[in-house]
Design a protein around this ligand. Structure first.
Ligand code: ADP
Ligand code: MG
Length: 393
């Protein structure tokens, strides 16, 4: 069911209480990647332009229910002020009289940033008393924190039951793109799943098998599928206790119209290190003592061909240990194929997004999701609590 958005509200004279995801990486108080802050700017600008006073709230890091000086939101407020080219006020508290007074005094078009929601133990417990305290700070609740929408916390879920609740523009776009691709994809619909462990993504693979035309598997998780086919993997990362599940998934794919592709060749190394000895071998010829750390050139070419012919592509999880240059080639080849694909291309997942950015191909992919965990849960076919709680259209 489609959700109401900020476009469905008359903002004149209203206070918008906006949950953003400003959970950015910080080093010595400096923001090292401001993607998530920039992603929230269109919503904030829309609200300002339509006469709302804007009160922002977010979590940052894992302060474990107490005030942690290094996890204050002040650096994000300072950075946002530069992006908006207008002042952003701050208060050193999340809720309570000081926050209430600041929010009441806010003029239309002004912006106020509350303190880290996770400083308050009631946030992650989704305590109704926290939601009630937050509700005093605004007239309408806006959720633009797609990256936190898989969590039922006071600022992402509880509050939505107390105020009119609508989605922001980032949230709307994430749901349209990822939800749209899953519900009514242009075909062929291809997904590429990689990363370290099959156990992290069994739910994703199982759900996608019922939806896609082709599923391409790479990364460490491919090893467990190859093991399930009886191959020797040497010292590769495998999950012995997931072999039965891998077999089931292979059977499911064989009994459906889905093409499931596994690597046919791999880059192997004699150690887990950038300066290890390496060679390319077929998946039937991995010697004892060696480990598969990337997909090989034949597999790259096969996967790229499928991607280039697709109308919709969703990619989650690197094809190899891309952090080490000798094992980055598979991930780079798939990233390049997505960049060259004329269809709708989407990347979700923290490490996959980092890989594409590192490779300088991020702006050639049509949509890069800001939510790792949230995008995975959507791909698993789950309902995100932060979305479910918003008002239906
Ligand atoms: P994402 O964050 O995109 O969902 P994951 O967290 O599931 O991706 O997996 C990323 C990690 O998987 C990377 O750190 C990468 O080094 C690792 N990885 C990929 N291929 C292999 C492999 N063959 N062996 C061991 N680790 C791998
Ligand atoms: Mg990851």
């Amino acid at each position: 069911m489609a959700k109401q958005t900020i476009r469905d509200v008359d903002w004149h004279g209203k206070r918008a209480l906006v949950r953003v995801d400003f959970n950015v990486p910080l080093e010595d108080g400096h923001i090292t990647d401001d993607t998530r802050i920039r992603a929230a700017v269109p919503t904030i600008q829309y609200l300002i332009a339509h006469g709302a006073a804007v009160i922002l709230m977010s979590h940052l890091g894992r302060p474990k229910n107490k005030v942690v000086e290094s996890l204050r939101l002040t650096p994000t407020a300072t950075h946002l002020a530069e992006l908006l080219d207008r002042p952003v006020q701050t208060v050193p508290v999340t809720v309570g009289t000081e926050a209430e007074a600041a929010s009441k005094a806010l003029e239309p078009g002004a912006v106020l940033m509350l303190e880290n929601t996770r400083f308050d133990a009631r946030e992650e417990a989704n305590d109704p008393s926290m939601a009630q305290d937050l509700a005093k700070l605004g007239d309408v609740y806006v959720n633009d924190a797609f990256g936190a929408a898989h969590r039922a916390h006071a600022s992402t879920e509880g509050i939505a039951h107390l105020l009119p609740a609508v989605s922001g523009l980032l949230m709307e776009r994430e749901l349209e793109v990822l939800g749209g691709a899953l519900e009514h994809p242009a075909r062929p619909f291809v997904t590429i799943i990689g990363g370290a462990k099959i156990s992290d993504k069994i739910g994703v693979i199982a759900n996608l098998l019922g939806k896609v035309d082709a599923l391409l598997i790479g990364g460490g998780m491919a090893n467990t599928f190859l093991l399930a086919q009886g191959k020797s993997l040497g010292d590769s990362l495998v999950e012995a206790d997931a072999v039965a599940t891998a077999k089931d998934l292979l059977d499911q794919a064989a009994n459906s119209n889905v093409t499931l592709l596994l690597p046919t060749d791999v880059v192997i190394a004699d150690r887990f290190a950038a300066n290890a000895n390496t060679q390319v071998v077929g998946v039937d010829a991995i010697p004892a003592g060696w480990r598969a750390l990337d997909i090989g050139p034949q597999t790259r070419a096969a996967y790229a061909k499928v991607v280039l012919e697709a109308q919709t592509v969703i990619w989650n999880g690197p094809m190899g240990v891309f952090e080490l240059e000798p094992f980055a080639g598979g991930t780079r080849a798939v990233a390049q194929a997505l960049a060259d694909c004329p269809g709708m291309t989407v990347i979700g997942g923290g490490d996959s997004v980092a890989a594409v950015e590192q490779m300088g191909l991020a702006d050639k992919v049509k949509h890069i999701s800001t939510g790792g965990g949230a995008s995975l849960e959507l791909l698993e076919g789950r309902v995100l609590p932060g979305v479910a709680a918003l008002n239906d259209k």
